[in-house]
Design a protein around this ligand. Structure first.
Ligand SMILES: [Mn+2]
Length: 299
């Protein structure tokens, strides 16, 4: 295990400042390089400002009508009408526009800020987004993967992060996975009205990967993959496991990943991220009004 206690950060970007100091975008490898075509400039709201749900997603910013039918992400549009008033479900129609519970931010969105002696991560997630990614952190291969993740899940995802990458990429990769899981869990609220399960096979050329998800509230993670290369670019491939393990733990889901076969390490990892995004899109997609559990509760 790498040393974790020295508390040093990459002070070259000013991250070691106070909690409100923000993460200075890394110009040379900024979002334009990381996410060609879809990257957007950091908004004033997300740059240099403390990230908290209230700041990033003010109460009026997102219409709770997202849940009220018709507002599903493009392509979902179940013909049956998810929130048909004649539904035999037990959720009263008035519940559709009510906050899921006290303190819940706008549904389907979350913001997470987490700062430790090793890393400083600010992340926002919108499960009903359009696939926009804004990624600023010094792990190029993971930027590539999270860009794919946003596109194939049609999530909006922003990550501004820095950390002790002079040690290695381990802490930062692990902590970004952790914050993504936290954001997912927050964004789902009480999990009312989602499918809960999702699965996808994703090929990438000679490789075939599979992701199966249950948003059960119980963390579990299984990865079956023999990735031949030690590194892809500068990225240690062993960190794929660390990233997804943190994501599954904090997202409180069962996440089962497998590379069924393949040859190219880049393809294998990319297919895993794409499959996970698509499976998560399915698992979080609208389905009825109830909490999808015979117990009535998913934590
Ligand atoms: Mn690629």
């Amino acid at each position: 295990m790498a040393e974790r206690s020295d508390g040093r950060l990459d002070t070259g970007t000013g991250v070691a400042g106070g909690p409100g100091a923000g993460v200075t975008p890394r110009g040379a490898e900024g979002p334009a390089a990381a996410t060609p075509g879809t990257a957007v400039e950091p908004s004033a709201a997300s740059r240099g400002t403390a990230v908290d749900p209230a700041a990033v997603t003010p109460g009026t910013a997102v219409e709770p009508a997202d849940r009220a039918g018709g507002a599903q992400a493009p392509g979902d549009a179940p013909a049956s009408g998810v929130n048909a008033p004649a539904s035999a479900g037990d959720a009263p129609a008035s519940g559709v526009n009510a906050p899921a519970s006290a303190g819940d931010a706008p549904r389907w969105q979350a913001a997470v800020a987490r700062r430790t002696g090793e890393t400083d991560v600010r992340l926002t997630l919108n499960l009903r987004g359009s696939g926009r990614a804004e990624l600023e952190f010094p792990v190029p291969f993971l930027r590539h993967m999270l860009h794919l993740f946003a596109v194939h899940g049609r999530f909006d995802l922003t990550v501004q992060a820095d950390g002790d990458v002079d040690v290695d990429d381990h802490h930062l990769v692990e902590d970004i996975g952790l914050c993504l899981g936290k954001a997912l869990h927050q964004a789902l609220g009480d999990k009312r009205g989602i499918r809960r399960y999702g699965e996808r096979h994703t090929p990438m050329d000679e490789t075939l990967a599979r992701a199966v998800i249950d948003l059960s509230g119980r963390p579990a993670f299984v990865l079956h993959a023999n990735i031949p290369a030690q590194r892809v670019g500068t990225f240690p491939t062993e960190l794929v496991r660390e990233f997804f393990k943190s994501f599954a733990n904090e997202g409180r889901m069962a996440l089962h990943l497998a590379v069924l076969y393949g040859e190219d390490s880049h393809h294998m990892i990319e297919a895993l991220f794409k499959a996970t995004a698509a499976a998560l899109r399915e698992a979080t997609s609208p389905d009825g009004d109830a909490v999808p559990s015979s117990k009535g509760v998913l934590e």
